[in-house]
Design a protein around this ligand. Structure first.
Ligand code: SF4
Length: 428
């Protein structure tokens, strides 16, 4: 039996696809790319925006249309948040949610035997504990993700994720360490820790993010540890000091901003304002040498005035982010903000997204150019047909090595040029 995955969304979903794939392989399935013929197609969905839902629906319908004899499975955040809408997608033979992931191989095997359509989305519960799953490999060859946390307690007014993921729960430290050791034994030298609200790690069990980072850093063959997206107000002086003590931690921090305007942040039910955010960035930059800060910015939130948008844009320039992911606000049914007055039209959101992205790209270009002349350490990751190899520095600056590098090796590289997306350099 062959099974193929189509994964939408964040690194947590990618991790869960890997874990599900390994669980299915143990049951005798061969995992193949989704472009190939398979007996089972699994859509691991995302529901963060209306666009993600659209892609999920399209994928489910496409797999059934192109492979009518196959079994199509819909799982992940979309059915978890909107089970009734998901159940209506009749092209899916199995509809499950991320809460059912540990039972999914069993559900698939049972469907293959009796062919009874199964719709079973188990709801999240407040006292739920972390469902331990683990991986031994990852799609990317040099860097593997470890999911250390699930769920979110924050209920930002625009976000459906707490409904799709339940409350904060943390992976036990010994499990994290064991998984990092397995990945290191399988050749991974770089680990990225991910979660739904990563910086909440440990709040349910008396630990902190620093404990999880330390557990991975203690694995001898791991050379670099990175962190996924972090909430600014979780980055207290104590946490920053604890992270600084871990020498393998890369000086690259993705600190979720959403808006640079304090009034907008308040309506979003974010737990910080713009001055506090700026203070945290300054603290990170003064504690970590060559530190880069990246972020997400939402534009066109309900009621965002021209002045508020201008303030947000100005703030992005003030911080000088090394990279920004810009996205327009998407109304999600079931959230408070979906009912807020003064929703913006699509065109205004798109214009703001473009203006914000143009500003962010200009800052990034200046940053990449400022790296020319520096000597950096690069872990080479992917090889192009022309023989060049792309990799990343510790602070996640992309570097194309032009003189004969091999993947999965560290090189000392002199940066000689840069363009809009990357630096270029030569091994010295
Ligand atoms: S912190 Fe806010 S935006 Fe992030 S997952 Fe939680 S509710 Fe959503």
């Amino acid at each position: 039996m062959k099974a193929a995955f189509y994964t939408l969304g964040c690194k947590v979903n990618q991790y869960e696809t890997q874990a599900l794939g390994e669980a299915l392989a143990k049951e005798g399935f061969l995992i193949v790319p989704e472009t190939q013929e398979a007996d089972v197609y699994i859509v691991n969905s995302c529901t963060v925006t209306a666009e993600s839902d659209k892609k999920t629906r399209q994928a489910v319908r496409r797999f059934k249309r192109e492979h009518p004899e196959s079994t199509v499975v819909l799982t992940g955040c979309m059915p978890q948040a909107y089970p009734e809408t998901a159940a209506e997608l009749i092209q899916a033979d199995i509809v499950a949610g991320n809460r059912n992931n540990d039972r999914l191989p069993e559900m698939i095997k049972s469907y293959l035997e009796n062919k009874n359509r199964t719709v079973s989305v188990k709801e999240h519960e407040n006292d739920e504990t972390f469902t331990v799953c683990s991986i031994s490999s990852f799609d990317e060859r040099t860097r593997a993700a470890i999911k250390i946390e699930d769920g979110c307690n924050r209920f930002c007014s625009y976000c459906i994720i707490p409904y799709a993921r339940g409350r904060v729960r943390s992976k036990p430290l010994d499990e994290i360490k064991k998984e990092a050791q397995t990945l290191a034994d399988n050749g991974f030298e770089e680990i990225v820790l991910v979660g739904i609200n990563l910086s909440s790690y440990g709040t349910d069990c008396g630990l902190t993010l620093c404990d999880a980072v330390k557990a991975v850093c203690e694995v001898e063959r791991i050379k670099r540890v990175r962190l996924g997206s972090l909430e600014p107000d979780h980055m207290t002086d104590e946490i920053i000091a604890g992270l600084k003590a871990q020498k393998k931690l890369c000086p690259q921090f993705h600190i979720s901003l959403q808006s640079g305007c304090s009034a907008t942040l308040k309506r979003m039910n974010r737990h910080y304002d713009a001055p506090e955010y700026e203070r945290i960035c300054n603290a990170l930059r003064s504690n970590f040498e060559d530190c880069t800060i990246t972020t997400d910015v939402m534009v066109g939130f309900a009621g965002e005035t021209d002045e508020e948008f201008a303030e947000s844009l100005e703030f992005v320039k003030t911080i000088g982010f090394e990279k920004v992911h810009v996205f327009p606000y998407s109304q999600r049914e079931g959230t408070r903000a979906a009912k807020f007055p003064n929703q913006l039209d699509r065109r205004t959101k798109q214009e703001r997204a473009k203006a914000m992205a143009d500003t962010a790209n200009e800052i990034r270009r200046a940053f990449l150019n400022s790296q020319i002349g520096k000597t950096v350490e690069v872990l080479a990751e992917t090889k192009a047909e022309d023989g060049s190899c792309t990799g990343y520095t510790a602070n996640y600056t992309p570097v194309k090595i032009q003189n004969g590098a091999e993947c999965s090796r560290f090189y000392t590289v002199k940066i000689t040029a840069a363009d809009d997306d990357s630096c270029y350099g030569e091994i010295i």
